[in-house]
Design a protein around this ligand. Sequence first.
Ligand code: AMP
Ligand code: MG
Length: 324
Amino acid sequence: MGVSKQFVQPSGDILGAAGFILSGGIGGVPTETVYGLAANALDERAVRKIFSAKGRPFIDPLIVHVCDMAMAEKVAFLTDRAKILAKRFWPGPLTLVLKKRDCIPGIVTAGMDTVAVRMPSHSLMRKFIEACGCPIAAPSANPFGYVSPTTAEHVAEQLADKIDFILDGGKCAKGVESTILMLSESGKGHKLLRAGPVPVEELEAALAEEIDASPKHNEAQPQAPGMLKSHYSPHSRLTLFDCPSEVENLRAENVIFFTRPTSPESNHFWLSENSDLSEAAANLYSLLRKLDKISPNGFFCQRVPNTGIGVAINDRLSRAESKL
Ligand code: AMP
Ligand code: MG
């Protein structure tokens, strides 16, 4: 890791990291989903640095992270439905798209009058936001379109020369980006903008209302770039398969299986030791990044059972496979 290690703040140096944020800097921060690239959400110039470090288009709005309900109220108008979901799922991997307050600059929301808000559960991230004392805008800490980072080393590898610090909070527990829900005022037509660790069925149960889990969208003006057909992509060609028998004759290519094969070969990798979807999600991006590096001619990955967090894993895999 060489030079990048210098950027990794020891996990305890929250005040040092907050100091960078309060003086208009940007840095990598841990959350339970993936690492974020943080700036003071109220500081337009700082937020602009996030877009340039990532190469992210300005049409792609950011998620604003808060540490408590009082801070959430300062960022957005919390409807009764939002409060029900916040009570049940926050802190945690659920992002709510709500009407924004005036203090949030347009650069954060791509000029829209809605803002995406989340209260993360990662203890270091919560202490970090508290120490900053301001809402934190943070997209995933990777170059736009690439696989998200789930360790401080992933962040350092790609962004070390573009950011001011990295707060090392270890490996992300969930491993895929938050569930994003756009609530409707009427109770009809709530939209799931991105599948994530909180399954849509749990949101529907909490609201006692239906959610459109595959809303139609306009690719030119996406409501969430996570909805773009091609995103979260490795550089090397990725091919998906369902059944291990489909790849049994592959000797030269690297293959990621959902679960550990009974007699694994040296070109075999697996997301989980024993068919555990949460473990598979937590290992997904590390394995995609690793195989991207060692498989110049492409690699293969098995789809996982399409239930619970498996829906989010398969969603990311199909976007990683698809090329524009
Ligand atoms: P990332 O931080 O890379 O996981 O991306 C943040 C996601 O939140 C993107 O897919 C954004 O489009 C989505 N998002 C942020 N703000 C809004 C908003 N106001 N309306 C809809 N989606 C949003
Ligand atoms: Mg992202």
